[in-house]
Design a binder for this molecule. Structure first.
Ligand code: T3D
Length: 265
């Protein structure tokens, strides 16, 4: 049987999606994009899933676009390719899918994350990394700009000067430096990465999913709102969440001094 390009596994209500082209550091091909999209859609539609973990098999997380893919690599005779169509077809939908998942998404960055692979990780809600992992905005080295949301994400995450430093040089950033800059939530010893990521995912899965997803949405939206607009958004969102079962359960559990059992999704 052929190996899947995205390995899917479940433990409790946590679904793990592992990019699986280890010989090419899990770089994206059209086929892997297809499997990843189907796996994300399936997780989004399955109400037993309350958190998704994305990671890579082998020594890499994801080296971005597969530069050997004939669909995107410039021809040997120098003929140009429409790189924009790959962005429209694959990377824009991927970025929007990750940011609209109805459950929290954790990136467990097990090794090098380069180009669109780095920004795929940074799109996730929480990024944890192995101590040996690294992040590379590799685009400038091949004459491109950061994509897969990089132009939007980087200045928001690290500010303009660090964003430009990373994007213009394409220098490799260690996991620890990425954490210092604010790209990464936690760094773990390599051997502990997946257990730590799954423990975090289990915690998130037990929390009020609707509120977690609304938090992501509100934080993203508030970036382009004046204070008053953000306050209005907070009021609208709290109104909506206040009618949800999880809020009643959270308050009841607090008053009854017991652990809450959240079920909304
Ligand atoms: O083009 C479009 O459609 C637009 C979309 C663009 C989005 C993008 O992501 S653009 C950026 C693309 N990615 C890169 O430029 C990164 C290229 N890779 C590297 O710079 C290095 O491989 C790394 C720094 C990531 C890792 O270096 P290292 O020394 O640890 O590993 P390596 O020896 O370079 O790679 C190991 C193997 O993976 C090697 O294959 P081999 O020689 O053992 O058969 C290498 O060719 C392969 N590999 C690594 N990255 C890619 C790749 N194969 C195809 N595409 C890759 N991106």
């Amino acid at each position: 049987m052929e190996e899947p390009l995205v390995r899917v596994s479940d433990s409790g209500s946590v679904r793990t999606l592992a990019l699986n082209r280890p010989h090419a550091l899990n770089s994206f091909t059209g086929a892997m994009h297809g499997e990843l999209r189907a796996a994300l859609d399936a997780a989004a539609g399955d109400h037993s899933v309350r958190c998704v973990v994305v990671t890579g098999t082998g020594r890499g997380f994801c080296a971005g676009q597969d530069l050997a893919d004939p669909a995107v690599a410039p021809n040997r005779d120098g003929a140009t390719t429409d790189v924009g169509s790959a962005i429209e077809r694959y990377y824009k939908p991927l970025a929007l899918r990750i940011r609209s998942m109805p459950v929290p998404v954790v990136a467990a960055v097990n090794g090098v994350a380069a180009g669109a692979g780095a920004n795929f990780a940074l799109l996730c809600d929480i990024v944890v990394a192995a101590r040996s992992a690294s992040f590379i905005q590799a685009f400038s080295k091949i004459g491109l700009i950061p994509d897969c949301g990089g132009t939007w994400l980087l200045p928001r995450l690290v500010g303009r000067s660090h964003a430009l430093g990373l994007a213009l040089t394409g220098d490799k950033l260690s996991a620890e430096d990425a954490q210092r800059l604010g790209l990464v939530w936690q760094v773990h010893d390599d051997a502990a990465l997946m257990d730590s990521a799954w423990a975090l995912a289990d915690r998130l899965a037990a929390m009020p999913t609707k509120a977690l997803v609304a938090t992501r949405r509100a934080l993203d939206a508030a970036q382009s709102l004046p204070l008053e607009g953000a306050l209005d958004l907070e009021a609208r969102t709290q109104r909506e969440l206040g009618h949800a079962g999880d809020f009643a359960e959270g308050v009841a559990a607090f008053q009854q001094k017991r652990a809450p059992k959240f079920s909304d999704r």
